[in-house]
Design a protein around this ligand. Structure first.
Ligand code: ADP
Ligand code: MG
Ligand code: MG
Length: 239
């Protein structure tokens, strides 16, 4: 049984059909990529799987561990083991990074917090920093990734984990995801970067709200680079 099954998903926003007839699946232990140009509908897919009310599907289903969660709240999906790392991390202004990371799971010791920080290349001194404007976008991004790691979700959805001002190297991010898989998570990576998708076990290429190719990450990368022009034509702000 797949961990996540998205079936025939249709999502509308303000009268526009953003996702249509979209099918994807994530098996346990997989790192799956969803690759698409800016405007293809990637973030919409992430929000819909997480259950944001404004992204409730007009058609189709989201199945998690065999249960139809299409009508479940964000909270219930989070309890079931789905976590979304936001493209722009939510702000927990004022609390320390250590306190923020401790929200991830009960009974986390200092050693585990330090280890999580080291996985995202941050020094232990960050535990006492405050989550405030003094943190750079890149630092917030790393802290968010550390927090997702500590949550040990069954399914981690990462929307553009590589974006941000001071990037973690791709190898470091992929090493973190592979470590998450070794510790029992499955990972859905949403990205516009074909080099990121190429590092996944399997990828989907989406264009104008539906899957146009599914296959090995390398095949999707090749197709994206050679044939994905019609997609970009419709996207004024393509990357
Ligand atoms: P991606 O993450 O792949 O860049 P998005 O999911 O953010 O794509 O957006 C997909 C499409 O949906 C885009 O054409 C965008 O303009 C449109 N869209 C996103 N949010 C809204 C909204 N709130 N209202 C109307 N259209 C939206
Ligand atoms: Mg976008
Ligand atoms: Mg997006």
């Amino acid at each position: 049984e797949p961990l996540l099954l998205v079936e025939d998903l249709e999502v509308q926003r303000e009268g526009n059909v953003i996702l249509k007839g979209l099918d994807i699946k994530v098996n346990r232990g997989e790192v799956v990529g969803v690759l698409g140009r800016n405007g293809a509908g990637k973030s919409t897919l992430a929000y819909s799987i997480m259950g944001l009310p404004q992204y409730a599907p007009s058609k189709g289903r989201v199945i998690f561990e065999g249960q139809d969660v299409t009508d479940w709240s964000i909270t219930d999906r989070a309890r079931a083991g789905i976590t979304l790392a936001w493209q722009h991390p939510a702000r927990y202004e004022g609390i320390t990074v250590g306190e923020y990371l401790s929200l991830s799971r009960k009974d986390l010791g200092r050693q585990e917090l330090l280890e999580a920080l080291s996985l995202v290349q941050l020094e232990g001194a960050y535990l006492d920093r405050r989550v405030d404007k003094a943190l750079s976008g890149g630092e917030r991004k790393r802290i968010e990734l550390a927090s997702v790691y500590l949550m040990r979700p069954k399914l981690a959805i990462l929307d553009e984990p590589d974006s941000g001002v001071d990037l973690l190297a791709l190898v470091e991010i992929m090493e973190l995801f592979r470590r998450m898989v070794r510790e029992g998570s499955s990972v859905l990576i949403i990205t516009h970067r074909e080099d990121v998708a190429a590092q996944c076990n399997r990828s989907y290429l989406i264009c104008r709200g539906h899957v146009i190719l599914e296959g090995s990450a390398e095949a999707v990368k090749r197709y994206f680079m050679s044939q994905c022009e019609p997609c970009s034509d419709s996207s004024p702000d393509l990357v």
